[in-house]
Design a protein around this ligand. Structure first.
Ligand SMILES: Cc1cc2nc3c(=O)[nH]c(=O)nc-3n(C[C@H](O)[C@H](O)[C@H](O)COP(=O)(O)OP(=O)(O)OC[C@H]3O[C@@H](n4cnc5c(N)ncnc54)[C@H](O)[C@@H]3O)c2cc1C
Length: 386
């Protein structure tokens, strides 16, 4: 017998993971699908402190995906909705440049122009003054485009407000350890608080929105069928010199780099395709990605990033390093070569009522909500019995 007392009241839904996806899904279930009893469980002590904070804050508009037309196209569809729905979180007051490397790039400048035309994305030649920032022997061409940044702190304030207004109950510092087929209720979610107390919630539906932790549940949870790759990543937080501070710059398409405003800290992130991923492994239940990151020594590679970036944009050598964001990045194995970012949405037939969701990038929330719209959900009666 388990050493916990089952919750006598059945909840409509338990959402596991208080990142952007878990929060948005909980708000959607409570607000738009009429589920009255929704519980959000988060292992950290606040919302959106993991991948939803530790990312490059780019609202994608297609440019980044010349090798995946579908992802580029979906980004074009989703960006205007994201700007409409989260206006306070959007930063537009900077100039975004995409530059094409002469060597080792998987696209040429002409191919990039054609691709932007194909997806209907605006592209202009960069002003000569901006183009002069780049080393012409290494850069074929530079374009001014329309791409924005989001403020992760604003997104998390939005989540806290909306969850409260939707009467979603939040349990912080509580880690879900297993999901079981219930005897009385369809599902039972077993969890442990940071003080070591075990608890169980009976519910009709479970939404596993744990990003790197998707496969860490035990019990009857079957795991997700899609292969996942886990990467420990480092993005350096930089204070850029005045000549670069109003810019976002991405050099394409291969072992290059990106600098994006990071509005939550008033700094820029610097990521480099070669140095940002420190180590990677194929996801498996025996390796807990969060614990692996906790044990990782986190030696910064900012010197190597800057040495390479400085060859393309000498001004960057005047930047000041502040610190680094380390996080586990989780991507679908099937998109390794095309860099596409579709959503993962799995309905676990072995565990009816249980779903796993991986967004891939922030604006994909619309693809997830569209998929959820097609699902039928039944709420509890007023006594909360299933
Ligand atoms: C380095 C990097 C750069 C990125 N750059 C961009 C970008 O520029 N633009 C973009 O759109 N996207 C970007 N992304 C992707 C984006 O960050 C993710 O798609 C998004 O944040 C995923 O949100 P989420 O809610 O699924 O994950 P998270 O925010 O990680 O939320 C999952 C939550 O689940 C909690 N959790 C995990 N296991 C358990 C458990 N067992 N019990 C309870 N709680 C649990 C975690 O603590 C966490 O809070 C980037 C990601 C990384 C890592």
């Amino acid at each position: 017998m388990p050493d916990y007392d089952p919750d006598p009241l059945c909840q409509d839904a338990v959402v596991i993971g208080g990142g952007f996806y878990g929060a948005a899904i909980a708000v959607y279930l409570a607000g738009q699908r009429g589920l009255k009893r929704v519980v959000l469980v988060e292992q950290e002590s606040a919302l959106m402190t993991r991948a939803s904070y530790n990312n490059q804050a780019r609202v994608h508009n297609g440019y980044h995906y010349p090798r995946s037309f579908t992802t580029a196209y979906r980004s074009r569809v989703n960006l205007p909705k994201f700007v409409r729905d989260w206006p306070l979180a959007i930063k537009q007051d900077f100039t975004k440049l995409y530059a094409i490397a002469r060597r080792n790039s998987k696209v040429t400048a002409r191919q990039f122009e054609r691709f932007c035309r194909d997806i209907g994305a605006s592209i202009q030649p960069a002003d000569p003054g901006l183009k002069a920032l780049f080393e012409p022997r290494l850069i074929e061409d530079v374009y001014r485009v329309e791409e924005y940044a989001f403020d992760t702190a604003q997104l998390s304030s939005w989540a806290a407000r909306e969850l409260q207004d939707s009467c979603v109950q939040i349990r912080y510092q509580t880690r879900v350890t297993s999901i079981l087929k219930g005897a009385q209720a369809p599902l039972q979610v077993v969890m442990q608080t940071s003080q070591g107390h075990q608890d169980v919630i009976a519910c009709r539906y479970v939404f596993n929105c744990t990003y790197s932790g998707l496969n860490q549940m035990a019990g009857d949870f079957p795991g997700v069928s899609a292969g996942l790759k886990q990467e420990i990543t480092e993005m350096a937080l930089m204070q850029l010199p005045a000549s670069l501070s109003d810019l976002g710059i991405t050099v394409m398409d291969g072992p290059f780099f990106s600098m994006m405003p990071f509005p939550a800290r008033g700094l820029h992130t610097l990521s480099h395709v070669r140095y940002t991923p420190h180590l990677h492994w194929n996801d498996q239940q025996e390796i807990n990605p969060y614990q692996r990151l906790d044990r990782y020594e986190r030696d910064t590679r900012v010197d190597r990033m800057l040495r390479d970036v400085g060859r393309y944009i000498p001004e960057v050598l005047k930047a000041k390093y502040i610190d680094s964001l380390f996080e586990v990045k989780t991507v679908l194995l099937k998109n390794e070569s095309d860099d596409g970012r579709p959503i993962l949405f799995e309905r676990h037939l072995e565990l009816p009522g249980c779903y796993s969701v991986l967004g891939g990038k922030i604006d994909n929330i619309y693809d997830v909500l569209e998929t959820l719209e097609a699902e039928k959900f039944f709420g509890s009666d007023n006594q909360g019995k299933c």
